[in-house]
Design a protein around this ligand. Structure first.
Ligand SMILES: NC(=O)c1ccc[n+]([C@@H]2O[C@H](COP(=O)([O-])OP(=O)(O)OC[C@H]3O[C@@H](n4cnc5c(N)ncnc54)[C@H](O)[C@@H]3O)[C@@H](O)[C@H]2O)c1
Length: 287
């Protein structure tokens, strides 16, 4: 157990799967009390239980967090259970469809707006009064696609561009209330989304995303969680409104640069966290 978040209370949205599982477990390992929040279908109860079994402190919360009333209940749970809220991680998001815009369904577009944008709005709105009391902070999930756009998923990249500007706007207005807000912008991460069995990508896209990194591989959820940890901790006390890419160099790669990466860079680190649900999420539309 470390102590970089000792005594802090954190909510992690989308905390039961993918990158969110790693953030929840990393934060708990560093002493935080964690509300693991997600859809009722997500393994949030399992993740909270696994954290407790490893000596950490966590509680599950399940609901559609894009609805303000549910977001408020989530914040109330954190305060009721642990007395305060220091950190909000706006990690929840979806990636329901890969298609040219001419074929992109209206249903998937609306699903993206609801889960990727509305959830961050509702959770931030609900959490800010508590974060202002503790001089806490928010970290939002952006994406390299929020800066570069993404072919065959232009609406998804658009939601991430929103997140970048939204988080910077919060940083700008909330500094006067003592609240920081930053963005983690992952590249292709080894979760359900970047595998054709659990996300909408085909084999060719899977190959292209790895070639498009300088390191010739996907990042691990734990490699992303490490950066969330820094930004959420007091170590980042002079960091606000910043976008931290965690993308293996995707933003500056030109062409299929990953093919030329050193073999040592292509190997994913083992990490320390016991992750069990990182590829579990099926990101197709839930009715
Ligand atoms: N995986 C990647 O390659 C990648 C790359 C860049 C950015 N990101 C961002 O990182 C975040 C996590 O991605 P991931 O790959 O771990 O996805 P994931 O699908 O494994 O996990 C996201 C979780 O959020 C939950 N969620 C979504 N909408 C919700 C809502 N309205 N209420 C409650 N729960 C909700 C999902 O059910 C899911 O469990 C997303 O915001 C995504 O945009 C991921």
């Amino acid at each position: 157990m470390g102590n970089r978040l000792k005594g802090k209370v954190a909510i992690v949205t989308g905390g039961g799967a993918g990158i969110g599982e790693a953030i929840s477990k990393k934060f708990a390992k560093e002493g935080a009390m964690v509300v693991v929040a997600g859809f009722p279908e997500d393994p949030v109860e399992e993740v909270a239980k696994e954290i407790e079994e490893e000596g950490g402190t966590a509680i599950p919360f399940t609901a559609d967090l894009s609805l303000l009333a549910n977001a408020e209940s989530c914040v109330q749970l954190a305060v009721k259970q642990y007395g305060k809220l220091d950190i909000l991680i706006n990690n929840a998001g979806t990636f329901p469809e890969v298609n040219l815009l001419s074929d992109f369904s209206e249903e998937a577009f609306d699903y993206l707006l609801k889960n990727n944008i509305r959830t961050a709005f509702a959770m931030s709105k609900a959490a800010l009064p508590e974060l202002q009391k503790t001089k806490g902070n928010i970290v939002c999930a952006g994406s390299e696609s929020g800066a570069l756009g993404i072919a065959q998923n232009a609406p998804y990249g658009g939601t991430k561009g929103f997140m970048h500007a939204f988080a910077k706007g919060l940083a700008a207005e909330q500094a006067q209330k003592g609240v920081r807000c930053n963005i983690v912008a992952p590249g292709p991460i080894d979760t359900g989304w970047t595998h054709k069995d659990t996300g909408p990508m085909d084999k060719q896209m899977e190959q292209m995303v790895t070639q498009g990194t300088l390191m010739g591989r996907r990042g691990t959820p734990e490699e992303v969680a490490n950066v969330y940890l820094f930004l959420a901790s007091d170590e980042a006390s002079y960091v606000t409104g910043a976008i931290f890419p965690v993308d293996g160099g995707t933003l500056i790669a030109k062409g299929p640069a990953g093919d030329q990466a050193a073999q040592s860079m292509k190997v994913q680190p083992d990490g320390q966290l016991k992750l069990k649900h990182s590829k579990e999420s099926h990101t197709s539309i839930r009715k």
